[in-house]
Ligand binder design. Structure first.
Ligand code: SF4
Length: 183
């Protein structure tokens, strides 16, 4: 990975912006679409190899404990863990889409952060307000929750195992591998 040394700043900025206003969480869409656009354009993991801000954060933080890190479990590298994470990603995304449609149809928005879809962490203090339709507020919180959950899981793995252990089970990586194989 050549270009990623300071990209972790983007990840920290993303989560900080959520405390200015939660609507900035929609910037997470870029993180989800850019890897796929680059994958289709180049038929290789361009994003993972040089542009991923989260991998940059994991590398930075993982170095702090690299002396004491454990061996990455085999089921992360070649086993079922990547399929569990892909399943989590698919369920999350489906729930985000369905619940946002429900809010657009009159259900109240869920304006709290949740960890792993089910554990409520509460509202985020807001520096200023932006008036938007309730479904946009709902979608923003849901994106922030998904980004916070996967980033936190990746950080925990980086501190226990090798810095980029998350990359072995990251849904973007699994989708990329499937796409490249299909080509
Ligand atoms: S595998 Fe996931 S976290 Fe790792 S570099 Fe690729 S997109 Fe980023």
């Amino acid at each position: 990975m050549k270009n990623y040394k300071y990209l972790f700043v983007f990840t920290l900025t993303y989560f900080a912006l959520g405390f200015l206003n939660i609507h900035f969480a929609l910037l997470g869409l870029i993180c989800m679409t850019l890897p796929i656009i680059l994958l289709i354009k180049n038929t290789k993991k361009t994003w993972c190899q040089g542009y991923c801000p989260r991998a940059s954060l994991y590398s930075k933080c993982g170095k702090l404990t690299s002396k004491y890190s454990y061996k990455t479990p085999a089921f992360f590298i070649k086993g079922f863990m990547k399929w569990i994470m892909l399943g989590y990603f698919a369920v999350s995304l489906t729930l985000i889409i369905l619940s946002t449609i429900a809010v657009a149809n009159g259900k109240p928005p869920l304006d709290i952060v949740k960890f792993l879809i089910v554990f409520p962490l509460g509202k985020i203090p807001q520096a200023f307000n932006i008036v938007s339709p309730p479904w946009v507020l709902h979608l923003s919180y849901r994106f922030y929750s998904m980004m916070a959950t996967t980033t936190a899981l990746g950080l925990i793995l980086a501190l226990i195992y090798k810095p980029r252990t998350w990359c072995t089970i990251c849904p973007i990586s699994t989708i990329s591998e499937l796409y490249i194989k299909s080509k």
